[in-house]
Design a protein around this ligand. Structure first.
Ligand code: ZN
Ligand code: ZN
Length: 406
């Protein structure tokens, strides 16, 4: 069962206003995701939408057509510890609406919940864990996209060097971490402090489009129930994760977006981590930060490591091959012809070459096969700029480019 538990609703900053349970179900099915997080359960309007469209059953919520969701939300903690400002995002999972109400009541004592689907609190990360555990021992909390520079557990700007420093006596309740797009499990294996944590991957999607939801996902081999899924996380029973190439993430390399500077960690060090254009400190990306905190060599692979698959979303591949914008009718048409009667992740991971060639143009079929082997080069992302697949554009036609921001 492929699941994606970190997504957002339409009331979070910078998200698509067309996000709804109906659209999420529709595109999750097209993508090949079997269960989604609801996102943003703390937000009153989104929560009302969830209650209206979903029915509670065995710790999960179901649409009328039987698609399962799990109650999830993300909370941003901004606080000071050891003389430094800390900004950490965490994902909370809850087993039912009653527990969600308890969490909301506890949070409302510390601030508002109605201005953003991902609210900010002055509560330290471990106090969020404590608050969730007090609401119910069945809640599950894990740090989100742990390497991004600005809002994460290990972030170069406002994070910690160790999980213990961050969580202190609450660490015993934290059983998993989320890799984020700019890192993959292999990068995380290099930190022995993560050995006993499940390495999870989710999309952090801000829209329902299939190049966003499920772009990272986690596969577990259990029946769809809240308890089985949480147990799988606790005991690291993960089948595999789907990852984007870490270079595709927005913070893989170091750099300055506005100055057009993108450096590998080595190049950044050669410049004293300073921007040669504006002379200010560079935004230190994920690759660099892993290098600083790793206590193992690059090739290290732990025993019983969870395997992972590296993929760039199909719409990105078609867009790169055809030279057309990702959200154009042209790319959608190619996409639908490939995915029809199947799902994107089936096409990307399993569809045989003959079938791929039958359904699409040779250049697209070849790119899909290359993608499956992890052989597509990416121009690395940096300082908030997504990485770009480097694929020779083979099919060029005149037309508009309407790159969606979401
Ligand atoms: Zn976040
Ligand atoms: Zn600069």
């Amino acid at each position: 069962m492929l699941i994606d538990l970190h997504i957002h609703g339409p009331h979070s900053r910078g998200t698509s206003k067309q996000l709804s349970i109906t659209n999420l179900e529709k595109y999750a099915r097209i993508k090949g995701i079997d269960l989604l997080g609801t996102g943003d359960f703390t937000h009153p309007v989104w929560l009302a939408h969830l209650r209206e469209h979903l029915e509670e059953r065995g710790g999960l919520l179901y649409t009328k057509t039987g698609f399962p969701f799990m109650l999830s939300t993300e909370i941003s903690s901004i606080y000071s510890q050891d003389g430094k400002t800390r900004k950490i995002h965490q994902v909370l999972l809850a087993p039912n609406f009653d527990i969600v109400e308890q969490i909301r009541e506890a949070l409302l004592k510390h601030g508002r919940l109605d201005y953003d689907g991902r609210p900010i609190f002055g509560l330290p990360a471990p106090e969020i864990v404590e608050l969730a555990m007090e609401a119910s021992k069945d809640c599950f909390v894990f740090p989100a996209h742990i390497w991004t520079p600005w809002f994460s557990l290990f972030g170069s700007n406002s994070g910690f060097d160790s999980m213990k420093d961050c969580y202190q006596d609450m660490l015993k309740h934290v059983h998993a971490i989320e890799t984020g797009m700019s890192s993959d499990p292999a990068m995380n294996w290099r930190l022995s402090q993560l050995d006993d944590k499940a390495i999870l991957s989710f999309s952090d999607a801000h829209s329902h489009w299939p190049w966003r939801i499920g772009r990272e996902a986690t596969s577990i081999n259990t029946k769809p129930s809240y308890t089985s899924i949480i147990q799988a996380f606790k005991y690291k029973n993960i089948e595999y994760t789907v990852e984007t190439n870490p270079s595709y993430g927005k913070y893989h390399f170091d750099g300055h977006r506005n100055c057009g500077i993108s450096f590998s960690p080595r190049e950044a060090l050669a410049h004293n981590n300073t921007c040669p254009v504006c002379k200010r400190p560079l935004t230190i990306g994920v690759m660099h930060r892993v290098e600083v905190l790793a206590d193992r060599e690059e090739e290290y692979q732990p025993k019983n490591a969870t395997p992972f698959k590296t993929l760039i979303p199909l719409s990105e591949i078609i867009s790169a091959v055809t030279g057309k914008g990702i959200a154009t009718a042209f790319v959608w048409k190619e996409y639908n012809e490939l995915v029809q009667g199947s799902s994107e992740l089936q096409v990307m991971l399993k569809m045989n070459e003959l079938e791929l060639r039958k359904r699409s143009r040779p250049a697209i079929a070849e790119a899909i096969l290359k993608n499956r082997e992890g052989k597509i080069q990416i121009e690395p992302g940096f300082d908030g700029v997504y990485g770009k697949p480097i694929i020779e554009t083979k099919i060029i036609k005149k037309g508009q480019k309407t790159l969606s921001d979401f």
